[in-house]
Design a protein around this ligand. Structure first.
Ligand SMILES: C[S@@+](CC[C@H](N)C(=O)[O-])C[C@H]1O[C@@H](n2cnc3c(N)ncnc32)[C@H](O)[C@@H]1O
Length: 272
């Protein structure tokens, strides 16, 4: 099986050609069911459609693709589904099903919080987070837990026995297990990593997921890879990767992005 490759085609067809239980980590960021076309102004060719008749049609579209993703994931593998308020609750119910991951293998609902342009119409709160549903295939999975800073109240040291405390310009803090809400900057207009691909995700987000849920040499799969953020993060972290996208524009962009890392094999191929 080839790795470090971008396949251009519907992931349903491409996934059917992959063997069972070959992937360590799947991250997907498919269309969210937002009922609009996603496009960056001036980059019409990079448009992708996120239009479904209704949420039932969206779930019906995703289900066979999810069954394939489940099949190719190793029994020790992890799965992340990036979505938002449009369908996250329906998607969770689907993933909780016994023909997919099952309720008991749900690990986290990660909330990715960001600042972005555009405000609410003043009649509700601004919608500034996405949801990432994290499942594993069993209880035996990789989790390289991360720590984050937790600032002490009142800007002073607690001096609890056995607890290490540190200080920086923002005050005293301890190191605690990372929480399930992540504040990571989105790829803004002036961001250096911006490739003008609609809904491009930040490398920092993918690097976190890949670092936690895989080890060096593991195989990471993104079946809706767009501009190739997951693939670039995987390569930076010494993982093998496979990317799939229906859009030839996205495949070309992702391949170019990976070639930029000077891998001779960051190439674009059609399905078979
Ligand atoms: C939200 S974008 C992914 C963005 C990506 N995470 C990034 O950082 O650039 C969703 C992608 O899914 C692709 N897509 C939609 N349906 C697909 C399918 N059935 N198989 C493979 N890719 C698909 C679209 O072309 C689009 O590039």
């Amino acid at each position: 099986m080839k790795t470090d490759i971008v396949y251009c085609g519907d992931c349903l067809d491409v996934l059917k050609k992959l063997p069972d239980s070959c992937v360590d980590l799947v991250y997907i960021d498919p269309p969210f069911g937002s009922n609009r076309d996603q496009v960056v102004r001036g980059r019409e060719k990079r448009r992708f459609s996120d239009r479904f008749e209704d949420v039932t049609a969206y779930l019906k579209y995703m289900k066979p693709r999810l069954l394939q993703l489940y099949r190719v994931l190793k029994p020790t593998g992890s799965f992340y589904y990036h979505c938002d308020w449009h369908a996250s609750h329906y998607v969770k119910v689907m993933l909780d099903g016994e023909d997919l991951f099952g309720y008991k293998n749900f690990q986290n609902e990660i909330v990715w919080c960001y600042k972005s342009g555009g405000a609410s119409p003043g009649r509700r709160f601004s919608r500034k987070h996405d949801i990432i549903l994290f499942y594993t295939k069993s209880e035996d999975y990789t989790f390289n837990g991360m720590k984050e800073k937790s600032y002490n109240r009142d800007f002073k040291a607690y001096r609890f026995k056995g607890v290490d405390e540190y200080r920086d310009e923002a005050g005293w803090y301890t190191l605690v297990g990372m929480k399930d809400y992540w504040e990571i900057k989105m790829v803004g207009r002036t961001s250096r990593e911006r490739l003008d691909y609609p809904t491009q995700k930040p490398l920092a987000l993918l690097e976190r997921i890949i670092s936690v849920s895989s080890n060096e040499g593991d195989l990471v799969l993104d079946a809706f890879c767009g501009s190739g953020t997951t693939l670039a993060a995987a390569q930076r972290l010494g993982r093998r990767w496979i990317g799939i996208d229906t859009s030839p524009e996205a495949c070309r962009l992702a391949s170019r992005r990976l070639a930029h890392f000077q891998r001779a094999d960051g190439r674009c191929e059609h399905g078979d």
